[in-house]
Design a protein around this ligand. Structure first.
Ligand SMILES: Cc1cc2nc3c(=O)[nH]c(=O)nc-3n(C[C@H](O)[C@H](O)[C@H](O)COP(=O)(O)OP(=O)(O)OC[C@H]3O[C@@H](n4cnc5c(N)ncnc54)[C@H](O)[C@@H]3O)c2cc1C
Length: 427
């Protein structure tokens, strides 16, 4: 017999989680099924709404003010300004005091690992003391064995970019012996546990690290570390370093894998539990069934459980399977497709038109995805809604380039919130 729900959300990334919580808050009975890890773990942990226009203008000071000028079909144009605000409000509720930025609609400027400054709407509290609008001088500290964060280079880049403070960089040996290429989680767990470091008088890794950094301080009021300051107890790690150093401490967001992304994922999955959402991960949704009378109404999706196909019935469905990275959109030599429901994905027939020669050019593939109506129901090539009870959210949507616009999380929140709310209301 089919498993039955009011709303079934497919995909456990930021869009799917937001849709599931949003649907649950309408009173609906919600299940979320997801396959592999979402992109949360790879992303910086910053919640970007809109940093640049599709034409590349920016960095934008006020992302909400720029929404009116977005082209028809852009996900924000589909759902409107209120949905963007509602998605952010839901995020603020779920993230609580682990995130900052909700005091204003203006973008904050957060320094990232390469010494670039990113316009973002919400940022982990651990990065707050590092904002580029803060005029206090900063010391950036990297670790000898941690690739991906060259502190002197990042500091030089920040200075060259005209940051309103002086940045200096130093590289120190982490106070615990490590293998040649340790994982970022190794640093985080050592700091979490505060395990004995050989050169520390009281056996505290946090204290031993602070002692090494102190010798490099030259009057700076804040110190930035790569974002590896704890996985389970990041507040404790940062507070201890601040106490030992006597200055503010912040994290600089890093590339994948991302500790701020891991922490956010944990927080969001706790929120799913608290909202009463049933969660199932590890098995892919591979297809769908209609009742045979009405092909526009999905009766169930089918989940591959170790080779056995199990139907999951629901009244409403939300497709939040991600883009080309999450495999919500698939491509091969023949074309581009949405693999579960075969929703239409507009793309040039000649695959040489999918890319530009210039690596930083305007690549069509970056905007591949399903094209929904204003209620986020995917439409076919003629613009007709494909299924009455299917909505799409997040990176599976087309017509925006999240990497160029810096709009990835914002689109997931706005469309996830809207898709979940509408799905829940329709049950
Ligand atoms: C490297 C990287 C860095 C980024 N940095 C930032 C950043 O700094 N700021 C920002 O705002 N955004 C950033 N983004 C973008 C942001 O992460 C995404 O836009 C957004 O989170 C997408 O969320 P999603 O839920 O739509 O998709 P995803 O996170 O891709 O989640 C999709 C989920 O669906 C599951 N799924 C797929 N197919 C199936 C199936 N058949 N059955 C069941 N489950 C399925 C996947 O396994 C996955 O868990 C970054 C993205 C990447 C890849």
């Amino acid at each position: 017999m089919a498993i039955e729900q009011d709303v079934l959300v497919i995909g456990g990334g930021l869009a799917g989680v937001t849709a599931a919580v949003s649907a649950a808050r309408t009173g609906a009975d919600v299940r979320l099924v997801s396959y592999k890890q979402p992109t949360l773990r790879h992303a910086s942990g910053l919640i970007d709404v809109l940093g640049y226009t599709p034409d590349g203008e920016g960095p934008l000071v006020d992302p909400v003010a720029a929404l009116d000028d977005l082209p028809e079909g852009h996900p924000y144009e589909r759902v409107g300004e209120d949905a963007v605000r509602a998605g952010l409000a839901l995020f603020d509720d779920l993230a609580g005091d682990t995130y900052e930025g909700n005091h204003t609609e203006r973008n904050a400027l957060v320094p990232t690992q390469g010494g670039r400054v990113k316009p973002t709407a919400r940022y982990p509290a651990s990065t707050a003391a590092g904002l580029a609008s803060d005029e206090r001088d900063a010391l950036l500290v990297g670790f000898e064995r941690l690739v991906g964060f060259d502190a002197p280079l990042s500091a030089a880049q920040l200075n060259a970019a005209g940051a309103p403070f002086e940045a200096r960089g130093a590289t120190v040996e982490f106070p615990v012996e490590l293998s040649a290429d340790p994982k970022v989680t190794r640093f985080a767990h050592l700091l979490d546990r505060d395990e004995a470091g050989e050169e520390s008088q009281d056996g505290s890794v946090r204290r031993a690290l602070a002692e090494r950094v102190t010798t490099h301080l030259d009057g700076e009021a804040r110190v930035g570390f790569p974002a590896v300051l704890g996985d389970d107890h990041p507040e404790d790690v940062r507070a201890a370093l601040e106490t030992h150093l006597g200055v503010d401490v912040f994290e600089v967001p890093m590339g994948p894998p991302s500790l701020p992304g891991f922490r956010l994922e944990d927080r969001l999955y706790d929120a799913l539990d608290a909202a009463g959402v049933r969660i199932e991960t590890g098995n892919p949704v591979v297809g769908y069934e209609t009742d045979g009378r009405d092909d526009d109404l999905i009766e169930a999706v089918t989940v591959d459980r170790n080779g056995a196909t199990v139907p999951y019935a629901a009244e409403q469905f939300v497709l939040a399977t991600g883009g080309l990275v999450g495999k919500g959109i698939d491509s091969d030599r023949e074309g581009v497709a949405e693999p579960i429901f075969d929703c239409h994905v507009t793309h040039p027939p000649d695959r040489y038109d999918w890319f530009e020669d210039d690596a930083f050019g305007d690549h069509r593939f970056a905007r591949f995805g399903v094209a929904p109506d204003r209620e986020l129901r995917p439409r076919d090539a003629r613009g007709t809604v494909e299924f009455d009870n299917l909505r799409a959210a997040g990176a599976v949507l087309g017509n925006y380039d999240f990497a160029a616009e810096k709009s990835g999380s914002g689109v997931s929140l706005a469309t996830g919130h809207e898709a979940g709310r509408l799905a829940g209301d329709d049950t």
